[in-house]
Design a protein around this ligand. Structure first.
Ligand code: CA
Length: 230
């Protein structure tokens, strides 16, 4: 069941949305304070976020940017809820990474339709990527598990994300910058050399059960490839 996080400081509106979403079969979590949003997102990993623009302490727009920059949540649909209807506000919302935009006062059927559309979009995306396989390496996205043949490989979250990026497009070379952006996000400053450290750990874990399929392309980056494995 999809869980919708409702971030709204006006209680009447929050209750109205909560009531209608639950009637439509969604689970809901309500948060009224901007500073409580990120911990809830981390803990509950909602399927979709309804985010009010005008919140005390931190604006919905700022929150949207922060959530988007977190690699774990960069695909979570965010619908901005706002009383603002100006074209420039809409553009600001979308450029902060919101997927959609609903202006108050809104009709409940319209809001439900937007939620459905946005959930369907990511649902389709994740269906395509339930599992990635390269040779004997299997990466299961939902379970966040990696196997080599029958052997379970325990990976730290960073190594998992690196492998996921590589295995999505085998033989494509990813630069350290590509990996930094995808795995760590834009907001964090990480040295390019850090990538090498995690690649080393990833290799060590994977190669315990088979040949080394991670290819280092000198001064360029990495790929997953079986080019010189005989
Ligand atoms: Ca508000």
């Amino acid at each position: 069941m999809a869980t919708v996080l409702i971030v709204e400081d006006e209680q009447a509106i929050a209750l109205l949305i909560k009531y209608n979403l639950e009637k439509a079969g969604y689970e809901t979590i309500c948060v009224s304070q901007g500073n409580k949003v990120l911990p809830v997102v981390e803990k509950n990993n909602p399927s979709l976020i309804l985010l009010d623009w005008m919140l005390p302490e931190i604006s919905g727009l700022e929150l949207c940017k922060i959530i988007r920059n977190n690699p774990e949540h960069k695909n979570t649909p965010i619908i901005m809820l706002t009383a603002k209807g100006q074209e420039e506000d809409k553009i600001a919302g979308l450029s902060a990474g919101a997927d959609d935009y609903v202006t108050k006062p809104f009709s409940v059927p319209e809001l439900l339709a937007r939620i459905q559309t946005n959930l369907r979009r990511v649902g389709n995306m994740s269906n395509d990527k339930k599992e990635y396989v390269f040779k004997d390496i299997i990466l299961k996205t939902r379970e966040k598990k990696v196997f080599r043949g029958e052997n379970y490989i325990q990976l730290a979250p960073t190594e998992f994300r690196i492998l996921k990026m590589l295995i999505t497009t085998p033989r494509q070379v990813f630069s350290r910058d590509d990996l930094l952006k995808e795995v760590w996000g834009n907001s964090v400053y990480v040295e390019a050399r850090t990538v090498d450290v995690h690649i080393r750990r990833l290799r060590k874990a994977l190669n315990e059960f088979g040949p080394d399929y991670i290819r280092t392309i000198r001064s360029t980056g990495y790929s997953i490839d079986d080019h010189d494995i005989t």
